[in-house]
Design a protein around this ligand. Structure first.
Ligand code: SF4
Length: 334
């Protein structure tokens, strides 16, 4: 099973509760960027560029807990920067698990080994490793030799110790799909619980021409269509249809709200028009219709999972066929 049943039941009860309250927009996943500090220098990342400019302090422990309570989202993705650099990570994780949240802890893997040695697995905690290709490619993208070996070593160790483990891979215009197939074979052999794949987003702060257009994304994913179903993908079949150009979808920018050291980031994980001091203010003041309708020029080539997986989940909960498809996909052994 790709996602635990407890995740589905948390999401279902959260959606029903908000439906009864008449809440039109209720985010499922909080993106909690604890810190913008990082021990790598990845080619497609705008947070390290932002940090070089702003030098922002990490979120405090209390700010993190407040953010979780403000959104009430059942899933918390802990990200950054590199979250394993965050001083109070362990107490934060144990509080989030006590608060019954499903936690995805993103990491580049460099500091993961000691975390795995000292930490305890939990059914609602998943370690999510960033891997954009095999050794040479990944090390080039992240700007540091040896990162691939360290990350793969750590994820294997995490699996041996009983942790839930997933990976996330961004697709760029120079991504070699045969190499991704090889990477996914390796991850499957290492018994990872899930593989997340998404086209990378074309950040304005990243100068290099490494990002794909909508046509380019559809072409790449069509080329991968023959092999993706052999692997334990976490990217839903509804979202994959969208990437393949088989269905149209609107973005759900509020589906994954982002709290980071600068405030509540509006409108989405990828673009920033304003920061607000509270989640409520961000929800009230952001002109959601504009982004949901894709009217912003920066949305033109965006098909990123943080904008569209929430749409796929909403579709499934309002369309019986999609719901059955999602349930069957979740149960399917790969
Ligand atoms: S389409 Fe992409 S860039 Fe535009 S609001 Fe949605 S997630 Fe953000």
């Amino acid at each position: 099973m790709r996602f635990p049943i407890s995740l589905y039941s948390s999401i279902t009860s959260f959606l029903l509760k908000n439906l009864l309250k008449g809440q039109k927009r209720s985010p499922l996943v909080l993106m909690l960027e604890l810190t913008h500090r990082c021990n790598l220098n990845c080619a497609g990342c705008d947070r390290i560029r932002l940090h070089a400019k702003e030098q922002s302090a990490d979120l405090s422990f209390d700010q993190c807990i407040e953010a979780v309570l403000e959104t009430d989202a059942p899933v918390v993705t802990i990200t950054g920067g590199e979250p394993l650099l965050y001083q109070e990570l362990k107490p934060l994780l144990s509080d989030l698990l006590l608060m019954k949240r499903h936690v995805y802890l993103c990491t580049n893997g460099l500091l993961a080994e000691s975390f795995i040695d000292e930490g305890k697995p939990h059914p609602r905690l998943t370690l999510n490793f960033h891997l954009d290709g095999m050794e040479e490619t990944h090390d080039r993208i992240v700007g540091k030799k040896g990162t691939f070996k360290t990350a793969v070593g750590a994820l294997k160790k995490a699996k041996e110790r009983g942790f839930r483990v997933s990976t996330n891979t961004s697709v760029y215009n120079n991504t070699d799909i045969r190499e991704l197939e090889k990477l996914f074979e390796l991850l499957k052999k290492s018994n990872v619980d899930g593989i997340l794949i998404s086209p990378a987003f074309s950040y304005e702060s990243v100068d290099d021409n490494i990002f794909l257009s909508v046509e380019g994304i559809q072409k790449k994913f069509k080329e991968m269509d023959g092999f993706l179903n052999r692997f334990p993908l976490m990217s839903s079949p509804i979202y994959l249809d969208f990437l393949l150009g088989k269905r149209k979808m609107h973005c759900t920018p509020w589906g994954n709200p982002t709290r980071n050291p600068l405030g509540w980031k509006s409108p989405c994980y990828l673009i920033t028009d304003a920061y607000y001091s509270s989640f409520e203010e961000m929800m009230e003041k952001t002109p959601w219709d504009r982004y949901e309708a894709g009217k912003d020029p920066r949305c033109t080539n965006c098909m990123v999972h943080s904008g569209y997986e929430a749409t796929a989940t909403r579709n499934a909960f309002s369309n019986v066929r999609d719901l059955f498809r999602l349930v069957a996909w979740n149960m399917k052994k790969t």
